[in-house]
Design a protein around this ligand. Sequence first.
Ligand code: KIV
Length: 266
Amino acid sequence: MIQSKSLPLTITDLTVMKQRGEKITCLTAYDASFSAVIDKVGIDVILVGDSLGNVIQGHATTLPVTLRDLEYHTQCVAKAKQRTFVVADLPFLGYTTPVLAAKNAGKLLRAGAQMVKLEGAKIDCVKFLVDQGVPVCGHLGLQPQSINLLGGYKVQGKTEQAAQQLLAEALQLQQAGAQLLVLECVPAILAKNVSNQLEIPVIGIGAGVDCDGQVLVLYDMLNIGVGSRPRFSKDFLQDACSIEEAIAAYHQAVKQLNFPTAEHSY
Ligand code: KIV
């Protein structure tokens, strides 16, 4: 395991973990205190996700979250961590053109992110960002920024055609230079196939145990969210004596392939 507490993890370290078959752990965080605990436990990646719109701001969707919100929360997180790799979301309509994507990504990198995440097969944006030196994480499957198009938080890639399209888009993102991919709410068998076919690490949420790593929304896994906990998450605080212990239990469960189980998968 790559366990140095002082040296920040890099995307190269995460890629080596995939090659070695070591699972990558990821949690969302939005502030310095949680960032410090997550870093202390040894979680590999913090995602400053636009899920902050739901769990911090109390919105029904991620759409109201602004670039300024993401910059602010990225600064809070980045100040408190030493080792953990930090990825920040680009906001809804924050990458409608490659130039806008680069302008916004620059602000997130200056705020302390090491990589930016964007939803969908935005191949031109990914290519342009990578050309400008911005590391990119893709996000396929359920894309919460498209919730009004999708008509609900539903499992994606269920038909043969949809599964083929998702795999093709994942390969295109990798080809365009994306170095990490989040797969949300897809059948476990599809996520396994995508993870096997890609050289870059695939981080799943509601995507089964065979992804190269797992991510959960911190407030969901502590069961302190404002809404109901999604089926693919698990209350890790229930059997723990502290938040630190709950996060450590999640870390161990992912590393040892004990989470997610079939009950958290599709
Ligand atoms: O914003 C977020 O927290 C995310 C995760 C659900 C992957 O994108």
